[in-house]
Design a protein around this ligand. Sequence first.
Ligand SMILES: Nc1ncnc2c1ncn2[C@@H]1O[C@H](COP(=O)(O)OP(=O)(O)OP(=O)(O)O)[C@@H](O)[C@H]1O
Ligand SMILES: [Mg+2]
Length: 399
Amino acid sequence: MTTVSSPSTAARSVTVFDIHLKLAATPCPLQRFDRKINPRWQLLSKLESLSIQREVLAPQAKEILKIQKLTKSFDGGKTKAVDAISFTVMEGEIFGFLGPNGAGKSTTINMLTTILNPSSGDATICGYDVMREEAAVRRSIGVVPQECTSDEDLTGIENVLLCADFYGIPRKISMPRARDLLVLVELSEAAKRKVSTYSGGMKRRLELATGLINRPKLLFLDEPTLGLDVQTRAAVWDYIRRLKEEFRMTLFMTTHYLDEADNLCDRIAIIDHGKILKIGSPRELKESIGGDIIEVEVQEGDPDLTQSLAAIEHVVDVKKTNLDYRIKTEFGEQTAPAVMDALRLGGTKVTRISISKPSLDQVYLEYTGRSIREEHADSLQSTSRPRGGMFGGRGMRGR
Ligand SMILES: Nc1ncnc2c1ncn2[C@@H]1O[C@H](COP(=O)(O)OP(=O)(O)OP(=O)(O)O)[C@@H](O)[C@H]1O
Ligand SMILES: [Mg+2]
């Protein structure tokens, strides 16, 4: 008897599944066979059961979020915060939304979590339309918003229970669940303390516990680790990985941290000015910019040698900003000596040179034209900016 867990069975079931497809494609209708005596039918019956095993072995990922031409305009159409974006998120994925300040990340999350009405386009979550079936959508999702929404005068556990009440979860279910969640985010000991006494990291972890109270299929995290110290960020990453691995949860997160996107996300969408510029796994994104990067710093007042550098063999692109050349090349190590020669012959003194393999930082720079470092400085300021709370006015949609 074959077992599902055996690798050899897996290989066999794939093979017979292919045969099954071929047999099923034959012109003889199955109904015309005598099931008891016809060997082809008997074989086919077995193959069908094996093909079910194959599905168990390699389950097909399902679309949990589907967005088509989703758009949000403000100020009578003058500001297009989100401009006809389309993509899908598969069940069990960690999907990252990466973009500069004002790119449209939070606006997208607000539309998907039924806080804001889209101006046009469609979005479904677990098959439910975010515009027409908002109650079902809200039941399927959890939200950890960009800003802290906990009530500072309540204790940690009271905040989680309050959110459970909004979902209509009876106390006999919500109480043990809230306690478990506070264990998960390591806040058990502080559960009965007022949130006003919590540190920033503790408040962030409490938001995470609150966002999980309804056992969502899809969890939205808007800048989950913004402003946290390195240790707390690592702890939040750990919780996020556990949610995916142990609970098979799907996560949709925005972040300003490239290392966070690189380490955590299965796929990343780079968004700027409300448009998706590129989508792919971290590896695909890095490969998409192609080749190595040589960065050279020269002295002030040196001649512009962009043209000469661009003519060097294997060089794909040269960009100059202030004193820095950024040279994209197919082979960094081979091109670097030629770059040095060209700069020396052109009368330039090199003060620094580096060769790097494509990183997500370079991918970000390539597609947004901005460095993540300036974004990070801006984003820390943006945390103090007043905003409307997620689910703060339940049932009230912004226009
Ligand atoms: N209620 C609003 N009225 C007018 N404009 C708005 C409103 N909300 C957002 N915007 C504008 O829409 C654009 C996108 O804003 P959004 O908050 O979605 O950006 P973000 O990518 O989340 O930025 P950040 O990284 O700073 O959080 C910005 O230009 C912003 O000023
Ligand atoms: Mg935002």
